[in-house]
Ligand binder design. Structure first.
Ligand code: DC
Length: 489
């Protein structure tokens, strides 16, 4: 064997990913022939040198660990093999992944994100309730659960002698129907433990049997971009981030303690995980939506479009023939609007993501957006929707809603470019007319007394006039990477 970089050798031995290995080296936890090596790039040959991590000799050169995520369709069992020869998740993967093991269980009737790996230690940390890693599910249930039902689900219930509870459950859409048997609700559920069929059992005992269940997230991993049955390998940074998140959820120190006698590792205990928000503000037509969506997809983040909720309030008001200039009476409409983490907007349970794009709703939205009574409720709701972090797009996200967001971007473009983009989005409407509407909306959005459109002092200004979408996304992605590595160190 020839000499290799130390971080590569450590990663190949399955001790840590390359990035974590680099950190271990920087922390002085790696020795070669008894000498601490704390600078990057040093090469060694395990056949010739005594390489140690935290005092333990790097002996076996195992194969690097592998990590795959899969969007499991209904009907496949989450197991490596089934004695009854039913389909399993392994049937969806290439043969070369047959040594991987699915982490935790997602029952056959449920769909969604499954992690598979040959890293037993990480698998244990993802599933064991002690580490408290959140997993997010969307459930469609029979009936319309009342607040007290949700509270009981969160307090805990006994099912077959077992104490079960959901860590967090909220209704994101209600589907009322005249016939009681046809009423449905869509719930978002967070579990940090996860006993066998826990969500189904809790909701069923409370009178709301689950009709559909889909898991969208395991910690920071998301099913975004994976079609049913689709899979992909995780990148090293994604695995690092998952490890880091588990550590934070479990309240563990940022990294294992170094051996006695060596320099102490920097911070003893990480502060609790603050939600990682990417705030994207800017005027209409600056490209916020396409950029925010693409960035969310790239990193597997949730995506919230706050403008869509302002539009949904305007739509509700217009449907009820309310006066759009009457702030106080619009306030309660905000409670009927829900943003989901895929960028959709619901009004009274109806998906109105398309309906709110109509030009008359755009005009209504900038009128309702000026009312402080309404904004107060909206801002509070936006903070709740995005409490778990994600890409949040709007006008005042970096200034008012999440002033501490670690990444703030103010997107802009020349007025004629913005008008051209909007016109193509709206089926090639007359560019001149679109430009004059935009001018009017810019004026209202920037001139209003409460939370006017303006760049936060610490926001990165990005003029997208001469950039392609890919170039803009790449710039924002760079800012996200930098902020994430800063928050890791
Ligand atoms: O981004 P958009 O065009 O969908 O926004 C619709 C309207 O809502 C627009 O007039 C600006 C307003 N808005 C706001 O005042 N605050 C936000 N955070 C988002 C949008």
């Amino acid at each position: 064997m020839t000499a290799e970089r130390l971080q590569k050798l450590i990663a190949a031995a399955g001790i840590a990913s390359r990035r974590s290995a680099e950190r271990m080296i920087a922390e002085g936890r790696v020795t070669v022939d008894g000498e601490v090596v704390n600078v990057p790039g040093v090469r060694a040959d395990p056949a010739l040198h005594d390489i140690r991590v935290d005092g333990a000799r790097l002996r076996k050169l195992g194969k690097p660990r592998r990590y795959v995520i899969l969007n499991k369709p209904i009907g496949h069992l989450t197991t490596r093999s089934d004695p009854g020869r039913r389909s399993t998740v392994m049937d969806l993967l290439p043969h070369s992944f047959r040594s991987l093991v699915p982490v935790g269980r997602l029952d056959g009737n449920s769909s969604g994100l499954v992690l598979l790996t040959d890293d037993g230690e990480l698998a244990q940390r993802v599933t064991h309730p002690r580490y408290r890693l959140p997993k997010t599910y969307y459930a469609t249930v029979r009936g319309l659960p009342e607040e007290d039902v949700l509270e009981r689900a969160q307090r805990g219930v006994r099912v077959d002698g077992e104490g079960l509870r959901l860590d967090q459950v909220e209704v994101i859409a209600r589907f009322p129907h005249r016939a009681e048997s046809k009423r449905r609700a869509r719930l978002r559920v967070t579990l940090r433990g996860g006993r066998n069929r826990e969500i189904r059992r809790v909701l069923s005992v409370l009178g709301h049997p689950v009709l559909e269940l889909h898991r969208t997230r395991i910690g920071c991993l998301a099913d975004t971009g994976l079609t049913p049955g689709g899979w992909r390998k995780l990148r090293g940074e994604e695995v690092d981030e998952l490890r880091e998140l588990i550590r934070r959820c479990a309240g563990e120190p940022a990294a294992p303690a170094p051996p006695a006698g060596s320099k102490p590792a920097a911070p003893a205990v990480q502060p609790p995980a603050a939600a990682f928000v990417v705030a994207i503000d800017g005027p209409a037509g600056s490209g916020k939506t396409s950029v925010a969506r693409a960035v969310a997809e790239r990193f597997g983040f949730a995506y919230f479009n706050t403008g869509a909720s302002v539009r949904a309030v305007a739509l509700a008001a217009m449907r009820q023939d309310l006066d759009l200039d009457e702030g106080p009476s619009l306030r309660t409409l905000a409670f009927r609007v829900i943003l989901d983490p895929e960028g959709r907007v619901f009004l009274d349970g109806e998906d109105v993501s398309e309906a709110v794009r109509a030009p008359e709703v755009s005009a209504g939205a900038s009128r309702v957006a000026v009312h402080p009574e309404l904004r107060e409720v909206l801002v509070e709701r936006w903070r709740q929707f995005a409490a778990g972090g994600g890409v949040v797009e709007g006008r005042d996200i970096g200034t008012v809603v999440f002033p501490d967001a670690p990444v703030k971007v103010f997107l802009d473009a020349r007025p004629e470019v913005r008008a051209q983009r909007r016109s193509s989005d709206e089926g090639d409407r007359d560019v001149g007319a679109v430009q004059s509407e935009l001018r009017h909306r810019d004026h209202t959005d920037s001139g209003r007394a409460v939370a006017p459109l303006r760049r936060a002092q610490d926001a990165h200004h990005l003029d997208t006039s001469d950039l392609t979408l890919e170039e803009t996304v790449a710039r924002v992605a760079e800012l996200v990477e930098t902020a994430r590595s800063r928050s890791r160190n």
